[in-house]
Design a protein. Structure first.
Length: 44
């Protein structure tokens, strides 16, 4: 066992971090889609 396995910096669950990352990226692309849809609707 090496020293990195003994001294872990973050003991949080990785599922929480990956869930937050997924929600943030999904929210960003959903916002881009909504803005593009509004621009297309206003332009037509």
């Amino acid at each position: 066992m090496n020293t990195f396995e003994k001294d872990v910096q973050s003991k949080r669950n990785d599922l929480i971090d990956s869930g937050v990352g997924f929600i943030v990226s999904f929210g960003f692309f959903a916002t881009m889609f909504i803005i593009a849809t509004v621009i297309q609707y206003v332009g037509s």
